[in-house]
Design a binder for this molecule. Structure first.
Ligand code: TYD
Length: 201
């Protein structure tokens, strides 16, 4: 079967990194070659951009933030995601184009069509095969984030706009599933696995 490109989305502290790891283990145990990665980041340049984007010491305009994220995404898609898929690996990625629509669009108020166009430019149209949104009430997400990077320092109203955005956007994303991020981690994993076409089970 063709390798799958799977994206986990959700607010800060919704358990994306834990699920990425658990999912990678579960797939590897079935003999599937996987690559786990994240945005912003995933390449040496992308990780440096990530530091700038998240640092509370570098305030920036929303459009600057978007353009840096889009630049990091282009590097990531071209240098990491596409090559891995071409090698036959499944790619498991924390955050992708939907994050920009939810955070820079619904959160920061930038134009959604502009973000869609820039996403298209950055990805060359590479869409995920599956998207899982780990949904969390904003108050829970906010409580769970201890360190405050530039996004986590935004406060509850920002988290609320992002969540409303995610839930609105996800309805038009093919093969996207909303999963209750308050469930225990094994339950979340089971739900994700239940939606995937897995060989040999
Ligand atoms: P992430 O590492 O996923 O943070 P966490 O593990 O806390 O969920 O993402 C870092 C931040 O980057 C997160 O607060 C959201 C932000 N972000 C955007 O605003 N737009 C984007 O397109 C992406 C990929 C991330």
């Amino acid at each position: 079967m063709n390798p799958l490109f799977i994206v986990l989305e959700g607010p800060d502290a919704s358990g994306k990194s834990t699920q990425l790891r658990l999912l990678a283990d579960a797939l590897s145990a079935r003999g599937i070659g996987v690559l786990t990665t994240r945005e912003p980041g995933g390449t040496p340049l992308g990780e440096r951009l990530r530091e700038l984007i998240l640092s509370p010491d570098s305030p920036m305009n929303p459009l600057t933030e978007l353009l840096l994220i889009i630049g990091a995404r282009h590097e990531h898609v071209e240098r990491v995601v596409r090559p891995a898929l071409e090698e036959g690996k499944w790619v498991l990625c924390s955050r992708y184009t939907l994050s920009s629509l939810a955070y820079q669009g619904w959160g920061r108020g930038l134009d959604l069509d502009l973000i869609r166009r820039l996403n298209q430019l950055a990805t060359g149209g590479l869409e995920p095969d599956y998207v899982f949104l780990l949904d969390l009430p904003p108050a829970v997400a906010y409580e769970r984030t201890r360190e405050r990077d530039r996004f986590e320092g935004e406060g509850l109203e920002f988290f609320t706009r992002v969540r409303v955005g995610y839930l609105a956007l996800i309805r038009s994303v093919p093969r996207a599933h909303v999963i209750d991020g308050t469930l225990p981690e094994e339950r979340v994993l089971r739900e994700i696995l239940g939606h995937l076409p897995l060989p040999g089970i």
